[in-house]
Design a binder for this molecule. Structure first.
Ligand SMILES: NC(=O)c1ccc[n+]([C@@H]2O[C@H](COP(=O)([O-])OP(=O)(O)OC[C@H]3O[C@@H](n4cnc5c(N)ncnc54)[C@H](O)[C@@H]3O)[C@@H](O)[C@H]2O)c1
Length: 257
C-alpha cells in the first residue's frame, strides 16, 4: 500500500530541488499535493506531481508575506479539507561574514528560511489542532548544526530552524502533531548549481569531499527522509533533527592516507 494513501501534503519550495522532489515522491505515495512557491514550477516538474497525485494544486506565494501564506493555506483547505503533512522546503542560501554582510541580505535569508517556515506553520497548525494530528517537517541543514565560513545569515537561519523544530514539538505533541526537521548535507539542486561555475569548482570539490560518501545527495534522497517523517513509520519521532548528510558531520578523517 502507498505510504501516504489518503493524506494531504502542503509543500513549500515545490517549484524546485528538494521541495519538487518531495512533492513528486509524496504524490507517488498517494498524497494529494498543495504546492507553494514564489516561482512557478517548470511544466516537467509539475506534470510529474500532477500525473501521480490523486489531486494537486499549485499556489504562487512568498513565504515572507503572511497574507499570501494565509490565502495559500486557505486555498489548500478549500480544495482538500485537511492538511496531514507540511514540508517547509522554501529557502535561499546567502553569503557574507559578519563585518561585511548587509543588513538587507541578513534579513532576506533569515526572513525566508526562518520566518517563512514559522509563518506557514502558524497558518497550518490550527487545522492540525482541529484534526488532532499532523506532521510538520522543516528543511534545516547541516549548517544549522555546525558552522561554515562566510555564511553568517544562512548558519543563523538554519540554527534557528533546528531550535524552532524543538519548540514546536514541545508545544504541539500533546495535540498529536509531530514536528521534525531534516539536516541535509550538500544536495544537487539549483541552490548548489553555482558550484559548477569554473571559478567555484575547487570549492565544490572540497565540499563534496567533506562528505564521507564523497558526493552530494540527490534531491530524491532528501525526499525519502521527508517521506519517512510524514508517514506513520515515524509515529514515535518528534523534535528530532534528522541528519541526512553522507557523513558530513560525522567528524574528520585523521589517518595518514
Ligand atoms: N541544496 C542543498 O545543498 C541544501 C542543503 C541543506 C539544506 N537545504 C535546504 O533545503 C531547502 C530547499 O533547497 P533546494 O536545494 O531545494 O533549493 P532550490 O533553490 O532548488 O529550491 C528552493 C525553492 O524555494 C523557493 N523560494 C525561495 N524563496 C521563496 C519565498 N520567499 N517564498 C516561497 N518560495 C521561495 C524557490 O523559488 C525555489 O523553488 C532550503 O531550505 C535549503 O536551505 C538545501
Amino acid at each position: 500500500m502507498a505510504r501516504l494513501e489518503g493524506k494531504v501534503a502542503l509543500v513549500t519550495g515545490a517549484a524546485s530541488g528538494i521541495g519538487a522532489a518531495t512533492a513528486a515522491r509524496f504524490a507517488a505515495e498517494g498524497a494529494s499535493i498543495a504546492g507553494l512557491d514564489v516561482a512557478k514550477p517548470a511544466d516537467a516538474i509539475w506534470d510529474e506531481v500532477d500525473g501521480s497525485a490523486p489531486d494537486a494544486m499549485f499556489h504562487e506565494a512568498d513565504v515572507r508575506d503572511e497574507d499570501a501564506v494565509k490565502a495559500a493555506v486557505g486555498a489548500a483547505l478549500e480544495r482538500f479539507g485537511r492538511i496531514d503533512a507540511l514540508v517547509n522546503a522554501a529557502g535561499v542560501v546567502g553569503f557574507g561574514s559578519a563585518h561585511v554582510l548587509e543588513v538587507e541580505e541578513f534579513d532576506r535569508v533569515v526572513d525566508i528560511n526562518l520566518k517563512g517556515s514559522f509563518l506557514v506553520s502558524k497558518h497550518v497548525i490550527p487545522t492540525m489542532l482541529e484534526q488532532g494530528s499532523g506532521s510538520i517537517i522543516h528543511l534545516a541543514s547541516v549548517e544549522g548544526l555546525v558552522g561554515i565560513s562566510g555564511q553568517l545569515a544562512y548558519n543563523a537561519s538554519k540554527g534557528g530552524v533546528v531550535l524552532m523544530t524543538k519548540n514546536m514539538a514541545l508545544d504541539y505533541s500533546p495535540a498529536g502533531i509531530r514536528v521534525n526537521c531534516i539536516c541535509p548535507g550538500g544536495v544537487e539542486t539549483p541552490m548548489t548549481d553555482m558550484l559548477k561555475l569554473e571559478a567555484l569548482r575547487p570549492i565544490g570539490e572540497k565540499l563534496r569531499s567533506a562528505h564521507l560518501l564523497g558526493r552530494f545527495a540527490k534531491p530524491s534522497e532528501i525526499a525519502a527522509a521527508a517521506l519517512f517523517l510524514a508517514s506513520d513509520d515515524a509515529s514515535f519521532v518528534t523534535g528530532s533533527s534528522l541528519v541526512v548528510d553522507g557523513g558530513y558531520t560525522a567528524g574528520h578523517r585523521m589517518s595518514l592516507d
